[in-house]
Design a protein around this ligand. Structure first.
Ligand SMILES: Nc1ncnc2c1ncn2[C@@H]1O[C@H](COP(=O)(O)OP(=O)(O)OP(=O)(O)O)[C@@H](O)[C@H]1O
Length: 289
């Protein structure tokens, strides 16, 4: 965290950006009579980077939405920093897959300054904070452009800067790089690792990409196939950072995750009346390979 950001925190009176713990205890979420997730328990430590993996449609986004306060839990208890989540909260920031979440009519700087402005920061402090976080994501030089003038990867960086400028304890990311091309995605993964370490936030990150999870996570939680999905297993990723995909330990973890998730994807396909066959490889979205 840079000195200037710390100074701005004092000027804006905002909460420190240190990570907050997330506690998920016996959580179930229903939509009418449909039980999407059931009996989910996860303790996420302050400052931890946790990835959620699971078959398509198992309830990853639903769980993330509940953590963000967008979705009410039907059973169980969900807390951030010890406080029950009862609705959207400035201590929680959400990065969406689509950068349409940005305000197209505002400049990049105005987008990032939006949160501090809503918190009543002075104009000078808003600009200073926005420029600091734009610097953190490597986009200071784009501050006066509009989102429509940026590439997809740049827009996602603006989204991240905008969320961080609110100085949340927890950042929730729902497949943030799913719509990007492979090269931009790789750069964004490396950047996320760096930005997360600089910010000190807790991150809960939903992805379909096992390699992305291995690259970024402290722990990976694998969900069962829905309905009534729960957490099947949790894998610690005890690998040095920055991560090396070629590390034999990463390859071993990749194999274990593929087997674990593959089982759930096959289950989901069988429930849909599709039999992938035991020797057929499937990806997390249920596509045969
Ligand atoms: N508002 C809603 N009303 C009814 N059902 C819903 C609603 N939101 C989600 N669901 C259902 O809950 C289940 C979980 O959906 P969710 O989007 O959380 O899965 P996911 O794991 O994030 O999927 P994907 O990996 O494909 O993005 C699905 O069966 C979905 O149809």
């Amino acid at each position: 965290m840079t000195k200037a950001i710390e100074t701005d925190r004092r000027e804006t009176g905002s909460a420190p950006g240190r990570g907050a713990a997330v506690s998920v205890d016996g959580v179930g979420i229903r939509f009418g009579s449909f039980q999407a997730v059931s009996n989910i328990s996860l303790d996420i430590a302050a400052g931890e980077f946790l990835c959620l993996l699971g078959p398509s449609g198992c309830g990853k986004s639903t769980l993330l939405s509940a953590m963000a306060g967008f979705e009410a839990v039907s059973e169980g208890d969900l807390r951030v920093g010890g406080t029950p989540i009862t609705g959207p909260h400035p201590g929680l920031g959400m990065v969406f897959q689509s950068s349409e979440a940005l305000f197209d009519w505002m400049t990049v700087r105005q987008n990032v300054a939006f949160g501090p402005r809503m918190r009543g920061a002075t104009r000078a402090a808003q600009t200073k904070l926005a420029d600091e976080y734009l610097g953190l994501v490597g986009l200071r030089h784009c501050a006066d452009r509009f989102p429509g003038q940026l590439s997809g990867g740049m827009r996602q960086r603006v989204q991240i800067a905008r969320v961080l400028a609110n100085e949340p304890g927890v950042v929730l990311m729902d497949e943030p790089f799913g719509a990007l091309d492979a090269q931009t995605r790789q750069v964004m993964q490396e950047e996320t690792d760096r930005i997360w370490r600089a910010s000190g936030c807790t991150v809960v990150f939903v992805t379909h990409d096992i390699d992305e999870a291995i690259l970024l996570a402290d722990r990976i939680a694998v969900m069962t196939a829905g309905p009534a999905a729960s957490v099947k297993s949790v894998y610690p990723v005890d690998l040095p950072r920055p991560r090396d995909e070629a590390d034999p330990a990463a390859a071993e973890l990749r194999r274990a995750l593929r087997a674990d998730i593959g089982e759930e994807v096959r289950k989901a396909l069988r429930d849909q009346g599709l039999d992938p066959g035991l020797d057929q490889d499937v990806d997390l979205k249920g596509n045969l390979r």
